[in-house]
Design a protein around this ligand. Structure first.
Ligand SMILES: Nc1ncnc2c1ncn2[C@@H]1O[C@H](COP(=O)(O)OP(=O)(O)OP(=O)(O)O)[C@@H](O)[C@H]1O
Ligand SMILES: [Mg+2]
Length: 121
């Protein structure tokens, strides 16, 4: 496959139950099937992991929340959830307080971008 660099894609909508998770999961899986390396970042405390029917790997504590806090490196948090070219950075209920917690953090809108920089991955 030709080298094409990387691209970011975000699926978001304030309205609920409109197919955001379904769309994100299916596009991630389709891109991985096409040969692309895909990192699917779940940023919903409700967890999209179930939408994958991802194999059970037991309890996990390292999620997008710890990555945003800077407590865990991105590749540690996603290492448990790799299926061939598709990797999931999971979320769970711990993310629910993050919006309030990071409200006064300087540059909070850049936390995800910073945590996924190659030098930190
Ligand atoms: N194209 C589609 N056609 C029919 N049903 C769909 C389609 N896409 C998603 N659904 C169904 O709609 C429901 C909501 O989908 P999904 O969970 O992806 O939405 P969501 O926007 O992520 O919801 P939430 O706001 O709760 O996170 C699910 O039952 C899903 O199977
Ligand atoms: Mg969803």
């Amino acid at each position: 496959m030709e080298e094409v660099g990387s691209a970011d894609c975000c699926f978001g909508q304030s309205k609920g139950w409109v197919g955001k998770t379904t769309t994100a999961v299916n596009i991630a899986a389709a891109l991985a099937t096409k040969g692309y390396k895909v990192l699917l970042v779940d940023i919903d405390p409700k967890e999209c992991r179930n939408a994958f029917a991802w194999p059970e790997v037991g309890a996990y504590e390292e999620t997008i929340y710890q990555v945003l806090k800077g407590d865990v490196l991105l590749h540690h948090a996603s290492a448990q959830f790799q299926l061939s070219r598709l990797t999931l950075l999971p979320a769970n209920i711990t993310l629910s307080g993050a919006e309030a917690e990071f409200l006064s953090a300087v540059g909070r809108e850049r936390l995800l971008a910073i945590s996924s920089q190659p030098s930190r991955v």
